[in-house]
Design a protein around this ligand. Structure first.
Ligand SMILES: [Zn+2]
Ligand SMILES: [Zn+2]
Length: 368
């Protein structure tokens, strides 16, 4: 019998995204393991359930698949929902504390390992995180950049089992539990700690004959060369997920997370999707108004200086800024008028300006 995600979240089949989110949030708080010290396990299980339901229903594609088929395929190599599925959520900023508390680490970049360590089955974090420098122009137009890094890839000879003939036997040290219990102290004061079995590495199984290619490890080191597509309008710190390009361990493979580090050129600042810059404007341009061409990367834009522009005034060029990364349209270009007073004037220019000053009703003894 398939799980009813709508029932889990207590929403109607026709619920809007807002309702789903709202319900998930209140349930997430309710079943926060820290607020349920007496029935932590139950709360954790419940929390996991509502999280799974939320992951499906908050994603229109998964929701449709679920509505039509009653199930959702979470992708290859993953038999059940894991905390790493949270990593692509980006609307959790106000739930940050909850996740920090549960997972005991920073919820966000590269904290994948913390997602699974909180409770349930301990899983090694196989995700990799790397930073990628991108200049603003590449973010403006979109780009493709190559990265090179080292990772462990599933051994093709043994298909990640670590066994030459594919056969595995139960680890005799931990009897297949993958855990080792270490008892310290005696009598009343006894402390039991549970650690990962270091004979089988927590698998509970060992190859009868270690694979000749990977020496029984199940993976081999490789140098990976990837082309990373930088979406048009990428914001700084955007995190791109490359599925299945993390570390491999006995057939399980994590993901690679590429965090964009967007560099602004000098004289240009990005403010959300607006681009801010300064432009020198002469007094005649400011006073009379003028039209002038300026360039943003490869774009030629027309800067329309209105008559009577004041120093520091912002002139807006609509829709010429950064493209919105999740849709159509763009931000604006904001040009701050830097009024420049000329330092070197010819005699006739001096005369004209003096004349202008006098016509304006000012009586001075000009330095001309
Ligand atoms: Zn192998
Ligand atoms: Zn073992």
């Amino acid at each position: 019998m398939a799980k009813d995600y709508y029932e889990t979240l207590g929403v109607a089949k026709s619920a809007t995204q807002d309702e789903i989110k709202k319900s998930f949030r209140s349930l997430a708080r309710k079943y926060h393991p820290d607020t349920n010290p007496d029935n932590k396990e139950e709360a954790e299980a419940k929390f996991k359930e509502i999280s799974e339901a939320y992951e499906v229903l908050s994603d229109e594609n998964k929701r449709r698949m679920y509505d039509q088929t009653g199930r959702v395929d979470f992708g290859s190599g993953r038999s059940d929902f894991t905390w790493q599925d949270f990593s692509h959520f980006n609307d959790f900023s106000d739930l940050g504390d909850i996740f920090r508390n549960i997972f005991g680490g920073n919820f966000g970049f590269g904290a994948g390992s913390d997602f699974s360590s909180g409770f349930g089955r301990q899983e090694e974090n196989l995700d990799l995180v790397t930073n990628l420098r991108v200049n603003l122009e590449e973010a403006y137009y979109g780009a493709s950049k190559s990265i090179k890094y080292r990772r462990n890839e599933t051994c093709s000879h043994c298909k990640g089992t670590g066994s030459d003939d594919g056969k595995l036997s139960t680890c005799s040290v931990c009897n297949g539990t993958g855990q080792q219990r270490i008892v310290q102290g005696q009598g009343f004061f006894r402390m039991v700690s549970v650690t990962v079995c270091n004979t089988c590495g927590g698998r509970g199984k060992i190859p009868s004959k270690p694979c000749s290619t990977c020496k029984g490890i199940g993976s081999v080191p490789v140098t990976e060369n990837l082309e990373i597509k930088i979406p048009k309008g990428s914001p700084d710190r955007l995190r791109l997920r490359v599925k299945g390009k993390g570390q491999s361990n006995f057939g399980r493979t994590g993901d690679l997370f590429v965090i964009l580090n967007i560099q602004e050129p000098s004289g240009m600042r990005r403010m959300n999707d607006d681009i801010y810059l300064q432009s020198e404007i002469s007094f005649p341009e400011a006073a009379l108004g003028a039209e002038r061409e300026i360039s943003i990367f490869k774009e030629k834009l027309t800067l329309r200086i209105p008559p009577g522009t004041q120093p520091g005034e912002i002139i807006r060029i609509k829709n010429a800024g950064m493209p919105h990364v999740n849709g159509h349209g763009s931000g604006d270009v904001l040009v701050e008028a830097r009024l420049v007073v000329p330092k070197h004037l010819s005699q006739s220019q001096k005369e004209l300006i003096a004349k202008f000053g006098e016509e304006n009703g000012k009586k001075h003894s000009w330095f001309k």
